[in-house]
Structures are given as structure tokens and as C-alpha cells.
Design a protein around this ligand. Structure first.
Ligand code: SF4
Length: 368
């Protein structure tokens, strides 16, 4: 058996020789590697990619419906439709909501996603996206999870490819990484997701990348997964990335158990700690390096202080501003609003340079 020191230097050699890490290497990084060594190496790699720049986007999150027929055990947001707080926004309501923020905050990205709502026809999305593009031309629509896309395709009797072409024609610009969770089917079963939905996530992303539609990637950790499950998850994303380079970013999210079925069943009672959060950020950086150069700080579930630490551990994108987000507060955790001035201040406090970007990661303004 190799000593921890040997494995550490072997991994450093692989990174310097631009070799892909194995699942065993990544499992070692999760289970054994010293956190300070991980942080130093991951920040060094991030420095080589983006120097002292940290990007962020002026973003609006819009959850157009909370009615969903998937009912994941880790989700506190969904409603079945009969509850008093179940809702679906009309096209006019969506437009009014965007208008409240668009000019005041110079919004460049709209993250629009909701539940898998069986009562909404495919035309709802085509018409909505076309109207948003027309009325808010500076906004890039970053929309729909793979679960929503899969359901809308079936409802529209279109292949995923043809649906994506239709959605792009309507105004969809990029696709968020929601729904990735952990790809392993046994984990997904415990999470209450269809067991083939991990493979489906990868295949929908591949279809999008083949069409030239860029997407994000994510991983949700801190629930019932093992280190090996996380290693396989990261390496599956890397494998797809090496084929088309369609992922614009990777965000690791820690699971929030409040008000979820997993919490009620006693499977996960506590959220994971801060060191686990920065370990996941650092490992993602070591696995992806310049193949997937943007790692987001996942500040949304962890707050501004952890967002800053995530940058020190290899993240180079803060993510977006937040105004009136609804999914995380459903777990009982208050997110509040995060204006761009707060992000700029948090990044400058690190001695780094905030760079405002648009939905496609093109520079809008450098705050140096
Ligand atoms: S995570 Fe998404 S798909 Fe799962 S229940 Fe919540 S809204 Fe529905």
C-alpha cells in the first residue's frame, strides 16, 4: 500500500503532466488528502487559469412554478398542486417580475426553472422565452432543468434534439446544470429520483453540446453519497467535457436537509460542514483544471463568508446576484438578496479583481 505522501506526489505529478486523475486518485482526495495541501494546489491551478480575476453575473432567478410531479426526497420546494401555496406564473406575471429588476440592476442572466408541471403545454415555454427575448434583449435565458426538458419533449412529442432546437429558436441561450445531483443510480433511488435520470442528464447535456448550446454542470453532495460516487460523478462530467467542451461552469452544491423527505425519514439530519464545502471546490478544480475552467463558489447555500473561502480553495466565479430566490428558502434557510455591490466588496476584500460577465462568460466590466 502506498503512503499518503507517495500518493500526494503522484497526484501532483499527474497534474503537472496534464494527466487525468483516476477514480482512486479522486477518492484519495476526498478521504485522505490534507485540506491545506488541497487548497494550496487548487488555488495555484486557479491562478494559472484566471489570475486574480473573479467573475460574477448580474442574475435574476425566477421559479415560474413550484408544482412538480417528480417529488424528489431532497426537495423542499415542490408542491403537488392542491396546496394553498402551489403556484404557476402566467406569462404576464413573469414579464412583470423581470421588469421590476431588469433596468434597476442591469440584469444579464435569467435563471428560469421550476417544477415538472404536467398542466403546462410546450407552447407556454416557446411563447414565454420569445417574449422575454423581445422585451429584455440584454438578458441571456439560462433555463430549464433536464427533468423539465425531458418532460416537455415527451409532451410535445418531439425528440430532445428537436425540442432543444425549438427552445433555442424561442430564445433559450444556455441550460443550467440542475438535476445532476449524483449520477449513480443507487444514490438516485435513495434520493427519490428515477434511477436512469443520471444517464438522462448526461445524454441531454450531450445533445445540447452537439447542437452548440452551452450548459452548466453541478453536483449535489452531503447526503447519502460516498466518496467514490462523487469521484465517478466528476469524472463523468470531465469525460463529456473532453468531447465537446460544452460546459461553461461547474458548481458543487451542498444538500440542505430542512423540510425535505430525506430529513423526515431520518436519512440526513444535518447539513455538511464548511470544510467539506471547500474540499469539494478544491477537488473539482484538481479534476477539471483548464478543461472546465470555471468553478463557481456555490455561495447561495453557504453565504458570503463561505463564498470567499471557496475562492481561496480554487473557485474563480462567484455565481450571480440574487433577488427573491424561492428554492433555498423552502428549506427554512434564508438567502436574502445579494446585490452586485456586495459581491464586488467581498471579492475586493480578498485582494482580487471582480469581473462582471454576461450569461456566456463574456466580460461586461472589470472593477479594478
Ligand atoms: S428538485 Fe426539481 S424535479 Fe425534483 S421535486 Fe424539486 S422541483 Fe421537482
Amino acid at each position: 500500500m502506498l503512503s499518503a505522501q507517495t500518493t500526494r506526489s503522484e497526484i501532483e505529478d499527474k497534474i503537472r503532466n496534464n494527466e487525468t486523475l483516476s477514480a482512486e486518485d479522486v477518492t484519495y482526495l476526498y478521504d485522505v488528502a490534507d485540506i491545506n495541501w488541497l487548497g494550496g494546489l487548487s488555488r495555484e491551478i486557479a491562478d494559472g487559469i484566471s489570475g486574480n480575476h473573479v467573475s460574477f453575473v448580474s442574475n435574476l432567478i425566477l421559479n415560474y412554478t413550484n408544482i412538480c410531479n417528480v417529488r424528489c426526497k431532497f426537495c423542499a420546494f415542490y408542491r403537488t398542486g392542491s396546496e394553498s401555496d402551489a403556484y404557476t406564473m402566467t406569462e404576464d406575471q413573469v414579464v412583470q417580475e423581470i421588469a421590476k429588476f431588469y433596468d434597476a440592476f442591469d440584469i444579464r442572466q435569467l435563471l428560469i426553472q421550476g417544477g415538472v408541471n404536467p398542466s403546462l403545454p410546450p407552447e407556454y415555454y416557446f411563447s414565454l422565452f420569445a417574449r422575454i427575448r423581445k422585451e429584455f434583449p440584454k438578458i441571456g435565458i439560462h433555463g430549464l432543468s433536464t427533468s423539465e426538458i425531458s418532460f416537455i419533449a415527451k409532451k410535445a412529442k418531439l425528440s430532445v434534439k428537436d425540442l432543444l432546437i425549438e427552445l433555442r429558436r424561442s430564445g433559450l441561450e444556455t441550460i443550467p446544470g440542475a438535476g445532476a445531483e449524483i449520477f449513480d443510480s443507487a444514490v438516485r433511488k435513495k434520493l427519490g429520483r428515477p434511477i436512469n435520470s443520471g444517464r438522462e442528464w448526461l445524454s441531454i447535456m450531450e445533445e445540447a453540446h452537439k447542437l452548440g448550446i452551452r450548459t452548466s454542470s453541478t453536483m449535489m453532495f452531503g447526503h447519502v453519497e460516498s466518496s467514490k460516487d462523487k469521484a465517478d460523478h466528476l469524472l463523468s462530467i470531465l469525460e463529456l467535457q473532453k468531447k465537446y467542451h460544452g460546459f461553461l461552469s461547474f458548481t458543487p452544491w451542498n444538500f440542505e436537509p430542512g423540510n425535505t423527505q430525506l430529513e423526515r425519514e431520518g436519512l440526513v439530519l444535518e447539513r455538511t460542514g464548511g470544510l467539506d464545502v471547500v474540499r469539494n471546490i478544491a477537488i473539482a478544480r484538481l479534476v477539471f483544471r483548464s478543461d472546465l475552467p470555471v468553478i463557481q463558489s456555490s455561495w447561495l447555500t453557504n453565504g458570503i463568508s463561505m463564498g470567499q473561502l471557496a475562492i481561496m480553495y480554487g473557485a474563480n466565479d462567484w455565481g450571480g446576484t440574487i433577488y427573491d430566490e424561492k428554492v433555498i428558502p423552502a428549506t427554512g434557510k434564508q438567502v436574502g438578496n445579494l446585490r452586485k455591490e456586495i459581491i464586488i466588496g467581498a471579492v475586493q476584500q480578498l485582494g482580487m479583481v471582480p469581473v462582471e460577465r454576461d450569461n456566456l462568460y463574456r466580460t461586461v466590466k472589470i472593477y479594478d
